[in-house]
Design a protein around this ligand. Structure first.
Ligand code: HEM
Length: 359
């Protein structure tokens, strides 16, 4: 898994991903970042409302890597020893507790120490204060995906814990620093397609796109034999029929194809049958495109603002969003942004408007 610190994402259609990224990065003319471009894209993509609300909330600026949660965001499939299939979402809950920076604190620190987060993590591990995360999962029985009120493969939605509680699985502890940042960190190739038997994908189209995109990036970034680089090399021996390509280090021997009658390695399909497949006839592919009765873009972010946040958190949300919108957003985009916030929550939108006018 290659997740991040929020349980949802800005878009649900992978074809929009590159446009999303362009809108958050830099302009073609000046090469500068531009809030107008960000809000232009977000307000024309209402499915972003849940993630933008989280981004503008306290969770948008974690105090450091140790004080934030991690999520797969996507739904994956698990298959148990009896071949029964389940849908699963992963949550890594910080054992250090959630802590955040205010916008003002973050602005100051960014000017003083651009390496603040990396330094914090490295120094904590160096002094033996190993950060850990309790690993929990939400589990949905396979058949319930068809009828659940939200589309469970929609990456812009969470599964409410009241419907699918968290089950504790284990603990992830970061207990060792790299001694060579380049070979151990920069050459690492994390990819959501790196799955072991018993874990499979779901019909979430974003995840399906990521299953090819990351390995493609790794071939371009590190070369076709990137899995032979020491940080990416599996601990156990792996037998495949791949051969050739730049920087291939491991020797191969004949036969170099399968199937073969020469005694070459073959998959242990008895112990590891191909079970982690969700659809033989495509029914879930169609279901993944279908909207459910509770599938609107503004419902969950509205609930987050009204029922999860407290007054102080709402104050900071208003201040963060207004501060961002005051900085270089054109009139027409601003109007759409206020309508976007009105769809999430009218009161918050009025307060953001007031705060913008006040300055
Ligand atoms: C269609 C959607 C997406 C596409 C095509 C995509 C593509 C990519 C690519 C090509 C990279 C660079 C990989 C590398 O060179 O190692 C990357 C990095 C990353 N992506 Fe995505 N991404 C998508 C959505 C997401 C989502 C939904 C998440 C979080 C849940 C995410 C989290 C990350 C993270 C954390 C990295 C940095 C990984 C690292 O440094 O090792 N991405 N993405």
């Amino acid at each position: 898994m290659v997740g991040n610190n929020t349980p949802v994402f800005f878009v649900r259609d992978p074809m929009k991903f590159q446009d999303f990224i362009h809108s958050q990065k830099r302009r073609a003319d000046s090469g500068l970042r531009d809030h107008d471009m960000q809000w232009d894209f977000w307000t024309l993509s209402p499915e972003s409302a849940h993630q933008v609300t989280i981004l503008m909330s306290d969770r948008g600026i974690p105090k450091n890597y140790r004080h934030m949660n991690g999520y797969t965001s996507h739904t994956y499939m698990w298959v148990n020893a009896k071949g029964k299939r389940f849908w699963v979402k992963y949550h890594f809950k910080t054992d250090q507790g959630i802590e955040f920076l205010t916008q003002q604190e973050a602005d100051r620190i960014a000017g003083e120490d651009a390496d603040y987060h990396r330094r914090d993590l490295f120094e904590a591990i160096k002094r033996g204060d190993y950060p850990s995360w309790t690993f929990k999962v939400q589990i949905m029985p396979f058949e319930e995906a068809e009828t659940y009120r939200f589309n469970p493969f929609d990456l812009t939605k969470v599964w409410p814990h009241g419907d699918y509680p968290l089950h504790e699985v284990g603990r992830l502890t970061l207990s060792r620093n790299p001694s060579d940042f380049h070979t151990e960190i920069e050459q690492a190739a994390f990819e959501p397609n790196n799955l072991v038997p018993g874990i499979g994908s779901s019909p979430d189209k974003m995840l399906l796109a990521r299953l090819v995109s990351y390995a493609d990036a790794h071939r371009a970034r590190l070369g076709v034999n990137y899995k032979q680089i020491s940080v990416n090399r599996p601990k156990c021996s792996v037998h495949s029929y791949s051969k050739g390509g730049a920087m291939r280090i491991e020797k191969v021997s004949d036969p170099v194809y399968k199937p073969n009658s020469k005694g070459g390695p073959k998959a242990d399909t008895e112990r590891y049958p191909e079970q982690a497949v969700w659809s033989a006839d495509g029914e879930f592919i169609r279901a993944a495109y279908t909207r459910r009765k509770d599938d609107d873009d503004f419902g969950q972010p509205g609930t987050l603002v009204r029922e999860v946040m407290d007054d102080d958190q709402r104050d900071r949300l208003v201040s963060n969003a207004a501060g961002h919108l005051k900085n270089g957003v054109t009139e027409s985009v601003l109007e759409r942004a206020l309508e976007y916030w009105r769809n999430i929550d009218k009161d918050i939108s009025d307060r953001i408007a007031k705060s913008i006018q006040g300055n």
